[in-house]
Design a protein around this ligand. Structure first.
Ligand code: AGP
Length: 615
C-alpha cells in the first residue's frame, strides 16, 4: 500500500526521492508526490497516476532542497487525484502518511471551527493542521508532533518536514512500519528498506510508538524516542536487501524473475531447515511439546491462506493432527472457541498484513502462543510472534505472490514432517522418502521452467475468455484456488477455483464452449474422481487444459472420446506430498503469459497493493 521515503542529505534530494519512490512502486499506488524545504519554504510536487507523471513534472518544474519526503498513495479517503496526493502541507509543515486516521472527521470539524481550510478529502490533512496549530501555539517541532500524536487514533506512520526547522525531519510509527537507513552524511526513513537499498544496508527498525528526529546540521545524526517520550536506542542491523536483490535483471517483469528464482529460493529455504548431515528436518529454535499438540490453527490472508489450505492436507495425512485454516479478516471478528494444546500458525509474506497482525495481537492478549511464518524477518508479525520460521524467498517485488508462496509451502512441508516425526505418526521410511521428494523439487521445478514456452502458446487460447475455471481435488484443490487468484490478479479475467467435486453443485452451470477450464489432475488417489469431472466438462464442450503426469495422460487419452480436442501438459510423476508445490509453477506461468498478451501492468496490477496495511 502507500509508501514513505524521507531523506536528509548533504546533496540535493529530488532525484533520490524519485528513485526511492520507484522502488516502492511495487507496493501498489495511484498517485505520488514529493516535498522539500529550501530557503525556509516548503516546495511540493504531486501527480495523479503513475510515477512517470511525477517524474515529468519535476523535470519541467524541479524543486531544490537537501531534505525531503516522498510518498506513493493508495487511495483510501478520497479519489486518486492530485489534490489528495501526498505530501499534504500548510505553510509551516509537509506530511506524508501511511495508514488511516480513524477519528479524522471529528478532528477535521474541530480544526475547521478554528478556521483551517482543507484542500483535500484525505484523513491526512488533519495531521498537517494539528501540527501547524501546535506550532502556532509556540511549541517546537518535536513537541508539536508529540502533542498531535496524542489526538490521533488509528494505525499509521508519518514523515514530517518543517519550514522553520529546515535541518529536521520527524518520522513516527504507530501500527505501520518504518525503518531508518543510516549512512555517513545521509539519513533515510522509509516504510520499506527496499527504498534506500542501493545507498545503505545499515538499518534501524523503529518499534511500535517510536518517534525519530533526523538532523542534518553540522553532522548527520538522529534521536529516537519511545511512545512515552523517553530517549531510546534501537539496534542497528545489516539489511539483507541489496540494490541487486531489487533489480529485474534480464527479465521483463519482477513476477517472471521471481517465478524463475523458485528452484534457488526453495533450495535455500529447504537447506535452512534440514540438518545436512542426517537429512532430518531440524527446527532449532522451535521448542514445542509436539506430543501434547492436538490441533493446529492456521490463520492468514490471500495466497498465504491458500498455503495454509495445502498444509491442512499435509498435517492431517502425514502428522495425524487436526487442522483449521482461517481467513484472518474473518477470524478476528468471530468468537472462535480456542482450546489448549493448539499450535497457532500465522502465515504472511510481508509480515505486515493488518488483519493477520490484529489476529496475532488478539492471540497474544489471550495468552496463546504463536508461530509466525514470514518472508521479512524484521516485520511486525515476526517481531511479535513467539516463534518465527522464515522463508528465504528474498524480496518479492511483483504484487502477485509467486516465490513467497512456494517457499511458504516448503516450510510448511518441513514443519509437517517434523510434527509427524515428533508425534511418532510418520513411519521412518515414509519420512525419509518425503524428505528426498522435497530435495528433488528444485530440480523438477527447473525442468518445468525450462519448458515455459508451452505456457506462452497455451496463453493464446485464454486472451478472449471472460471467465475461467480452475479445478483440483484433494491436495491440488488449494492450487486451483491459487491459480484462479493469480489469473484474476494480473490478467483481470474473472476466474474461480473449485474443488472438482463441487462442480455439479453449481459452477457447472457456467460451463460452455467459451469457458476455459484448467484441471489439475496428477495421477494420485483423487485422479479417478477428477477424471469423471473432466468428462462432465467435456460433455459441455468447454476448452480444457489438463495438467497431469504420464500415467494420468495415458488414462485421459484412453477415456476421452475421439475427436475431442484438449490440451494436456505432462509433468514428472512425483510423490503426492510435493504435488502442490510442483503444480503451482504451471498456474503461475499461465497467468503470467496470459497477462502479458493482454498487456496489463503485471507487476503492479490495478487496485492491488503488495502489503495490505489498512483494513
Ligand atoms: C497474492 O498474490 C496477493 N498479492 C495477496 O493475496 C497476498 O497473498 C495477501 O495480501 C497476503 O499477504 P501477506 O502474505 O503479506 O500477509
Amino acid at each position: 500500500m502507500c509508501g514513505i521515503i524521507g531523506i536528509v542529505s548533504q546533496n540535493q534530494v529530488q532525484s533520490h526521492l524519485i528513485d526511492g519512490l520507484k522502488r516502492l512502486e511495487y507496493r501498489g499506488y495511484d498517485s505520488a508526490g514529493i516535498a522539500t524545504v529550501q530557503d525556509n519554504q516548503i516546495h511540493r510536487r504531486r501527480s495523479a497516476g503513475k510515477l512517470i507523471n511525477l517524474q515529468n513534472l519535476v523535470e519541467s518544474e524541479p524543486i531544490q532542497g537537501q531534505i525531503g519526503i516522498g510518498h506513493t498513495r493508495w487511495a483510501t479517503h478520497g479519489a486518486a487525484n492530485t489534490e489528495n496526493a501526498h505530501p499534504h502541507s500548510s505553510r509551516e509543515v509537509a506530511v506524508v502518511h501511511n495508514g488511516i486516521i480513524e477519528n479524522f472527521s471529528d478532528l477535521k470539524k474541530h480544526l475547521q471551527e478554528k478556521g483551517y481550510t482543507f484542500q483535500s478529502d484525505t484523513d491526512t490533512e488533519v495531521i498537517v493542521y494539528l501540527i501547524t496549530d501546535y506550532l502556532h501555539q509556540g511549541n517546537d517541532p518535536l513537541t508539536a508532533v508529540q502533542k498531535t500524536l496524542t489526538k490521533l487514533q488509528g494505525a499509521f506512520a508519518l514523515a514530517i518536514l518543517f519550514k522553520d526547522a529546515p535541518d529536521t525531519l520527524i518520522a513516527t510509527r504507530h501500527g505501520s512500519p518504518l525503518v531508518l537507513g543510516i549512512k555517513e552524511n545521509e539519513l533515510f526513513v522509509s516504510s520499506d528498506a527496499v527504498a534506500f537499498a542501493p545507498w545503505t544496508q545499515q538499518v534501524c527498525y523503529l518499534e511500535e510508538g517510536d518517534l525519530a528526529v533526523l538532523n542534518a546540521g553540522d553532522c548527520f545524526s538522529y534521536e529516537l524516542y519511545d511512545r512515552d517520550g523517553h530517549k531510546v536506542d534501537r539496534p542497528l542491523r545489516r539489511s539483507q536487501i541489496t540494490g541487486e536483490s531489487v533489480s529485474k535483471a534480464e527479465y521483463s517483469h519482477y513476477m517472471l524473475k521471481e517465478i524463475f528464482e523458485q528452484p534457488t529460493v526453495l533450495s535455500d529455504t529447504l537447506q535452512s531447515l534440514l540438518n545436512l548431515e542426517n537429512q532430518k528436518v531440524s527446527l532449532k529454535d522451535i521448542d514445542l511439546n509436539w506430543k501434547m499438540l492436538n490441533r493446529i490453527q492456521i490463520i492468514a490472508c490471500g495466497t498465504s491462506y491458500y498455503a495454509g489450505l495445502v498444509a491442512k492436507y499435509w498435517f492431517e495425512k502425514w502428522a495425524g493432527i487436526a487442522v483449521d485454516v482461517e481467513i484472518a479478516s474473518e477470524f478476528r471478528y468471530r468468537s472462535p472457541v480456542m482450546s489448549s494444546n493448539t499450535l497457532n500458525i500465522l502465515i504472511s509474506q510481508s509480515g505486515e498484513t493488518i488483519d493477520t497482525l490484529a489476529v496475532l495481537s488478539q492471540l497474544k492478549e489471550h495468552g496463546h502462543q504463536v508461530l509466525a511464518l514470514v518472508n521479512v524477518p524484521e516485520s511486525s508479525i515476526a517481531r511479535k510472534a513467539d516463534y518465527v520460521l522464515q522463508t528465504l524467498a528474498g524480496p518479492e517485488i511483483g504484487v502477485a505472490s509467486t516465490k513467497a508462496f512456494t517457499s511458504q509451502l516448503m516450510v510448511l512441508a518441513c514443519l509437517c514432517l517434523k510434527t509427524g516425526k515428533e508425534r511418532d505418526v510418520i513411519k521412518p521410511d515414509v519420512y525419509e522418502s518425503l524428505v528426498q521428494a522435497l530435495v528433488s523439487l528444485p530440480g523438477m521445478i527447473s525442468y518445468v521452467l525450462q519448458n515455459s514456452e508451452i505456457y506462452q502458446k497455451l496463453a493464446l487460447g485464454f486472451t478472449t475468455a471472460r471467465n475461467c475455471l480452475y479445478l483440483g481435488r484433494g491436495i491440488t484443490y488449494p492450487i486451483a484456488l491459487e491459480g484462479a487468484l493469480k489469473l484474476k490478479e494480473i490478467s483481470y479475467i474473472h476466474a474461480e477455483g473449485y474443488a472438482a467435486g463441487e462442480l455439479k453443485h453449481g459452477p457447472i452451470a457456467l460451463v460452455d464452449l467459451t469457458m476455459p477450464v484448467v484441471v489439475l489432475a496428477p495421477y494420485d488417489e483423487w485422479f479417478e474422481k477428477t477424471l469423471s469431472n473432466l468428462q462432465e466438462v467435456i460433455a459441455r464442450g468447454a476448452q480444457l487444459l489438463c495438467l497431469t503426469d504420464q500415467k494420468g495422460e495415458e488414462k485421459i487419452r484412453q477415456q476421452i472420446k475421439a475427436g475431442y480436442s484438449m490440451e494436456i501438459v505432462v509433468f514428472p510423476q512425483v510423490d503426492t506430498f510435493i504435488e502442490p508445490i510442483l503444480y503451482t509453477i504451471p498456474v503461475q506461468l499461465l497467468a503470467y503469459y496470459i497477462a502479458l498478451l493482454k498487456g496489463t501492468d503485471i507487476d503492479q496490477p490495478r487496485n492491488l497493493a503488495k502489503s495490505v496495511t489498512v483494513e
